[in-house]
Design a protein. Structure first.
Length: 289
């Protein structure tokens, strides 16, 4: 059976760059083995499969080339932008069902936003040197008055504040060590950042390493943008309700991306957030199961 796959770049920045995801709509007749096989043949970091749901607007399942995962930020944004382009959804509130529960999605003009949960933080200061060694950096490379922390808004990321763009550029990730620590602490990956940005009036420039999921470096990570926005608000005391996060600018080759994270509050504490951006259909593939 031939399956149509759209390659959609999520979190594009002024129509350029972004992070490609595979999107397969009308996937109700595909079983898990079919989906895993298709994702492996597509070969992108994630492929999203859209089917009908009894509890949300759509059911989304995400597969890397080697395994199924609970959530994927850029594939979610790619999918809902594409569904909007197909006129299958209207502007406003919609939702996705995942293997880890349902999440709200908001369509706002050309942008799609996905819900993430209120943040939880894990102090790792007793292991800080081990984490920093895995990046080939020292405490002198960190931003002043800031320490790395594990932040979870549905998935856990190590958030590492660096003192400058040059410090971010000069990291030398040791992927075997990052993989081992990610397994031990159940991390998706490391999200390192600086408040220096390539475009003015943005809040952070980031890089993401996730060897545990077969990703050495990714150009846009929506599930990490949310934790970073919470870290900026709670730990670095940048009191804003929306943050613009650049990613992919510092990759080789570069793939500039832009993630928008909007915080929601209850009693002055972050109660949830919506992370999103724009997306662009790049090409169509046909894959045989």
């Amino acid at each position: 059976m031939d399956i149509k796959v759209k390659v959609v770049n999520a979190f594009t920045d002024n129509g350029n760059g972004g992070n490609p995801a595979g999107v397969v709509v009308d996937a109700d007749d595909l079983n898990s083995q079919d989906k895993q096989s298709i994702a492996a043949k597509v070969g992108l970091s994630e492929t999203a499969f859209v089917s009908s749901s009894h509890s949300a607007a759509f059911k989304l399942e995400f597969f890397t080339p080697t395994r199924q995962i609970a959530h994927c930020g850029h594939a979610t944004i790619a999918t809902f932008n594409y569904l909007r382009q197909l006129n299958r959804i209207e502007e406003g509130l919609t939702s996705k069902e995942t293997i880890d529960g349902n999440r709200d999605i908001i369509i706002d003009g050309e942008m799609a936003f996905m819900e993430q949960l209120s943040p939880s933080y894990k102090n790792i200061q007793d292991k800080a040197k081990v984490f920093l060694d895995s990046l080939g950096v020292s405490e002198n490379d960190l931003a002043a008055h800031s320490k790395p922390a594990i932040v979870n808004t549905g998935n856990s990321f190590l958030i590492v504040p660096m003192k400058s763009e040059q410090a971010v550029l000069q990291v030398t990730p040791h992927f075997e060590s990052i993989n081992m620590l990610s397994e031990e602490y159940n991390l998706i990956g490391y999200y390192i950042f600086t408040t220096t940005t390539r475009v003015s009036n943005r809040d952070a420039g980031a890089r993401m390493f996730a060897p545990r999921y077969g990703i050495q470096e990714e150009s846009a990570t929506g599930m990490a943008g949310g934790p970073l926005a919470c870290f900026l608000y709670d730990k670095m005391h940048i009191k804003k309700d929306a943050f613009l996060i650049e990613q992919g600018h510092l990759m080789t080759p570069a793939s500039p991306s832009l993630i928008t994270a909007k915080l929601h509050f209850n009693n002055q504490k972050i109660s949830k957030l919506m992370a999103g951006g724009k997306a662009k259909v790049m090409e169509s593939l046909t894959v045989s199961t």
